[in-house]
Structure formats: C-alpha cells, structure tokens
Design a protein around this ligand. Sequence first.
Ligand SMILES: CC(C)(COP(=O)(O)OP(=O)(O)OC[C@H]1O[C@@H](n2cnc3c(N)ncnc32)[C@H](O)[C@@H]1OP(=O)(O)O)[C@@H](O)C(=O)NCCC(=O)NCCS
Length: 214
Amino acid sequence: MHDEALNRWQRGWSASRGWTDFQCIDDVTVVRIGEPERRVEYVATEQHATAAAHLALTDCNPPGTSWLTIAAGAADRVAADLRPFEIVRTEWLMTVRLADQVSYPVPPPYSLELSATPSVVEAQVYEYGEIAATGRMAILHTGAVADMIQTDPAHRRRGLARAVMTALGHAARCRSATTAYLAASPDGRRLYKCLGWTTLTPLVVARTSLTSSR
Ligand SMILES: CC(C)(COP(=O)(O)OP(=O)(O)OC[C@H]1O[C@@H](n2cnc3c(N)ncnc32)[C@H](O)[C@@H]1OP(=O)(O)O)[C@@H](O)C(=O)NCCC(=O)NCCS
C-alpha cells in the first residue's frame, strides 16, 4: 500500500537533501546518508518492515545511527513490532494535486524570494532583511516533494508557511509537476490540511538503539 507514493517521496526527499546514493534491497530502499548521527535510512512499507529491521540490525554502523522510516497503516502495531529500535517520532505521508492546493499571498510587510537549482526550488520569506520562514521543493518529472518547511517561532501563525507552500507549488507546476508529497510533523500536518493536502499513511521513524547490543 502506498508503495509508489512512498517511493516518490523518498526520491524527492533524497534530492532535496543531496543524498544521491540509494538502492533497493529486498523491497527496502537503502539511502546511504553518511552523516555521523544518521549513516543510513531504510525506507519501506509495513509488509517489508521485517526486512528493513534485519538490514538495520546487521549493518556495520554504530548504535543509534541506522534509521528506519516505515509507512505503517497501523502505526502503533508497527512501533510495537520494532521493539529493539528506539521510536523517534511518527510523521504522516501526505499528498496533493498541485492544481488543487489552496493559494495564499505573502502577508505584508513580508517579502518572498525564490532560488532554484535544476531539481530543487527554495523559498525564503524576509522581514526587513531577516529570514522569517523557509522551505524547499524537489521536483522530479511530474512529482514534487516539499521539505524543510519552517517558520521562525517569532513569526508563526501569520500565514508565512502557507505563502511558502503556495510559491513552491506554483514553481513546481511551472516545471510540469502535477502531484506533490511530503512527510509532515504534527504541526505541519495541520498546516497542510488547511491547504488541501490529504494523509496517505502514518510514517514510523525509528533508529537502532543506543543502549542494546546487537
Ligand atoms: C508548521 C509551521 C511551518 C507552520 O508555520 P506558520 O508560518 O506558523 O504557518 P501559517 O501561519 O502559514 O499557518 C497556516 C495555517 O496552518 C494551520 N496551522 C499552522 N500551525 C499550526 C499549529 N501549530 N496548530 C494548529 N494549526 C496550525 C492553521 O490553520 C493556520 O491558519 P490560522 O493561523 O489562520 O489558523 C511552523 O509551526 C514550524 O516551523 N514548525 C516547526 C517545524 C515543522 O514542524 N515544520 C513542518 C515540517 S513538515
């Protein structure tokens, strides 16, 4: 379930972060991130959670640095099944047809600037030269993936994140993207719902335990 959406999200997320080294092993996408705290990410649907867990428990990475993202309809059950792991958080895989995303302007006195590489568009919202909100969208063919949407705490609930999403969605449509995906935090989920996004599945995010020996 949601294999294609998960796959498209992972590819866009990896493009946004500059993680180019990934491959599929036993229906699990292995993203070699290479950061000290997050060496590798195993991305899989619920039915392949066991294979992902096996890969994480048998790789050579230090404890706590192998991560899992599992698309799990029954998030509680999957979290219980992943007992040897530390459950970090639950996110939600969401999607929208870009033509259906609700549009909002940038509220005064803020201004928004866009910059782009061949596959990633970045938005920055400024107030008198200071950054108040940022976000980016990776665009791969007809799919787009929003990532790192954030508003400085001092500027929240003023409509900045929805203006960022509007600008990113418009830029993605101009590049022929039709459908967008993202992994939402609890706060983000409320924002995206108000923009017309729908939830496909919870995502359980876990990592190998720092304490238990493998
Ligand atoms: C989520 C986040 C980006 C929202 O930024 P923001 O600029 O405050 O969002 P907006 O003002 O554009 O909110 C638009 C609408 O989204 C909803 N919304 C946003 N944040 C909300 C919250 N914390 N609680 C409830 N609803 C919320 C509301 O409907 C809001 O409209 P309203 O203020 O008129 O009620 C911001 O809280 C943040 O940076 N959080 C930490 C990082 C994070 O979780 N990012 C999302 C990653 S997926």
